[in-house]
Design a protein around this ligand. Sequence first.
Ligand SMILES: [Zn+2]
Length: 164
Amino acid sequence: MEGIQQSGVDMSLLKDFLDNEPETFCRAFMSHVPRCDSVESNICETFNGYILEEREDGIIDMLEGIRKKLMVRFVDKNKQIARVQRAFCPRIEKRLMVGVEMAKMCTVNPALNDKFEVVVDRKGFVVDMEEHSCTCGYWGLTGIPCHHVVCIRLVSEIGGGCIC
Ligand SMILES: [Zn+2]
């Protein structure tokens, strides 16, 4: 708090921010337990749209309709993923490939106990490979390695401190 006061930030704004449950809308304050970085209500809205017809039924018929609809969906998704010959799902692979590009701007400094400091634009991030965590929070929040982790992996493959 002292550092924030010295930086000239209006402390009443900070107090308002902290009083409004930032863990519900700000990724920096979110719990890492659900492994989901979604801050929108898209999942809820999409599901409500998906069960639109069933919502008009009585409770038992509605639940039975949702159950059947989800069963068909799970079978379809299972067939789709069975055809995929990749190590990761396409969306995850796409995110990792973005991480590979961003990793080119990182420099890795190894520390002890499977920890690393990854520097990007003079900002340091601590990555703990054993704990699967990075101080940027992305890995913990999503379960998908951030570009800092990708950089460490790439550097360990080529045996250097920078991949640029
Ligand atoms: Zn990170």
